[in-house]
Design a protein around this ligand. Structure first.
Ligand code: SF4
Length: 300
């Protein structure tokens, strides 16, 4: 949401504050990525927490991937993210990174359980940064795939499925706020994370390969992120209070095939466009549920 707001406040307002979502089509990348991540998380839990053998753990994870993917049919240009290819990628992962020999191992809590997944919801600045309507502290919530140890350092770990891995693939994570936020959250729980590991699995039509990026998150990175987040949210609150959200009118309007709000954004009256061409769904990141908002009945 912060990223969308920084890109274009008007877009963030429609997409996240008013909850308008385009046409109902499920994103293939998101659907495939979610099913793959669920499979891996289940396999890790089976191995590290339930002490099941590695083969059995991966088999359990594979089954979860299969069920989560369901009967979804990707469009032809996304055939590389079909169920068949995802299952092959899972088997590839198992061979490339067997748990027993993986240098990335989950960090264990004091009770001995592994930190396969870190879910959190923390006030950003409890006394100062308050919701403009409710007066409640604004909450930062997220979910990291794993808190891990690697080369002696505590790390935020994330798996990413992708369609390509170039030589500069790893550069995109160096400044990525998502991982700085996870680091901030881990530190709030007294887990002194200092680095981020991102493992990319490229699922192509004819081959599968992988890459791993390691980047640091030192205390000054976290302080910078927190300060910037407060500035961005303060600006968002000002937009809300002034009932005006700035427009980008530049690259964001045309990126990735064009902003989905171009038509309402060009209209004198955007509401009819929004009500006719979009549906409203509220994603609750704490409950991890999505609820559709039905349109108000019209009085003739
Ligand atoms: S079309 Fe451009 S200005 Fe309008 S909401 Fe989209 S990104 Fe913002």
């Amino acid at each position: 949401m912060r990223s969308a707001f920084v890109e274009c406040p008007q877009k963030a307002y429609w997409q996240y504050f008013q909850h308008y979502k385009g046409g109902g089509e499920i994103s293939t990348d998101l659907h495939a990525g979610k099913a793959f991540a669920s499979g891996l998380e289940t396999a890790r839990r089976a191995y590290y927490d339930d002490n099941k053998p590695e083969d059995e753990s991966f088999a359990i994870g594979l089954d979860v991937l299969y069920k989560e993917y369901g009967d979804f049919v990707p469009p032809p240009h996304k055939a590389n993210k079909s169920l068949d290819r995802l299952l092959q990628a899972f088997i590839y992962y198992r061979k490339a990174f067997p748990f027993a020999r993986d240098p990335v191992q989950p960090y264990r809590k004091k009770d001995g359980s592994s930190m396969v997944e870190l879910s959190f919801a923390l006030p950003i600045e409890p006394e100062l940064l308050l919701h403009p309507e409710t007066g409640e502290p604004l909450i930062y919530t997220g979910r990291a795939d794993m808190i891990a140890t690697y080369a002696g350092a505590l790390s935020v770990y994330d798996d990413k499925t992708t369609s390509q891995l170039g030589p500069k693939w790893g550069n995109q994570w160096n400044r990525r706020a998502q991982f700085t936020g996870y680091t901030w959250a881990a530190r709030a729980y007294n887990i002194p994370v200092t680095q981020v590991i991102v493992r990319g699995i490229a699922i192509l039509k004819t081959e599968i390969n992988h890459a791993q990026a390691i980047t640091s998150r030192l205390p000054h990175h976290v302080d910078e992120w927190h300060y910037q987040l407060i500035r961005d949210l303060t600006r968002a609150i000002d937009c809300w209070k002034n009932n005006y959200f700035d427009v980008n009118l530049a690259d964001a309007c045309g990126a990735y095939g064009g902003c989905m709000f171009q038509q309402p954004c060009m209209a004198v009256e955007p509401d009819p466009w929004l009500e006719t061409n979009f549906i409203r769904k509220i994603w609750n990141p704490l409950a991890r549920t999505e609820e559709t908002i039905l349109p108000e009945p019209k009085n003739d």
